[in-house]
Design a protein around this ligand. Structure first.
Ligand code: ZN
Ligand code: ZN
Ligand code: ZN
Ligand code: ZN
Length: 242
């Protein structure tokens, strides 16, 4: 009898190995492998390879990095030891988190009274970095100005950006300060302020297009004019000075 292939050899090998070394499924990768009977007797032969065995002995958990979202393995000790219960892929991500939330502001050891934080307050806000008066946007010459001139009042409402030049003028000249306050009132209310019958009147922006407003005392409110022009035009006191 002849065989076309070496099938009988394979049959023999299968018989031999199954007889002495049972086939076991790996606990990690689910691959079949031969285990020695004495391994099974001693409670071994659970994993197909060294890498699977190392994987099987891990007791921790895979977690997402709080900052970058990378999946990382944490040991039970690390999981238990975390105070914030936030996990990170490495020291760099942990430092980013720590320096933005934990050791910042009043929690920082160098925190004094918060008296000198006004520039920070403005920088962190969404206020555009331009001078309120001359629209200069060079960051090197911008300073934070206190509208009520009280350096301890560091609320965002009390702070604006001014360039060195305008800042000097505002602190030295009453007229510039008035101009600034007028600009601010207009910018914050979203309205135009005009002089009407000797009184300053706040006109909502949508009123300006309304035809009934213009015939009153013949005011031509030109939207393209700067607020300063409007002010000097309709305020006789300042019109004289210019
Ligand atoms: Zn395996
Ligand atoms: Zn990360
Ligand atoms: Zn300026
Ligand atoms: Zn100032």
């Amino acid at each position: 009898m002849e065989y076309c292939t070496n099938q009988p050899v394979a049959v023999y090998l299968k018989f031999y190995y199954t007889g002495n070394m049972p086939i076991v499924k790996c606990k990690i990768c689910k691959k079949d492998f031969y285990a020695k009977p004495n391994w099974l007797r001693r409670g071994l032969g659970k994993y197909c390879s060294l890498s699977c065995s190392q994987e099987g002995r891990r007791k921790g958990r895979h977690v997402k990095c709080h900052i970058c979202g990378k999946i990382t393995y944490k040991t039970p000790k690390a999981l238990k030891g975390s105070k914030s219960k936030k996990y990170f892929c490495g020291k760099s991500c942990q430092t980013i988190w720590r320096n933005s939330i934990i050791f910042v502001g009043k929690n920082h050891s160098n925190w004094k009274s918060g008296e000198f934080t006004y520039k920070n307050v403005l920088t962190k806000s969404s206020t555009p970095k331009v001078c309120m008066l001359c629209k200069e946007n060079d960051k090197r010459i911008l300073v934070a100005h206190h509208i009520d001139k009280n350096r301890r009042n560091n609320r965002l409402k009390n702070l604006i950006w001014l360039c060195f030049n305008c800042h000097f003028l505002v602190h030295q000249y009453r007229r510039e300060e008035d101009r600034l306050k007028f600009n601010l009132k207009k910018a914050r209310s979203g309205a135009a302020i005009v002089q009407l019958e000797g009184h300053r009147v706040v006109v909502p922006r949508n009123w300006v297009q309304f035809p009934m407003v213009a015939p009153l005392r013949g005011l031509n409110i030109n939207k393209s004019r700067s607020s300063y022009d409007l002010y000097s035009l309709y305020s006789p006191k300042f019109a004289k000075q210019t």
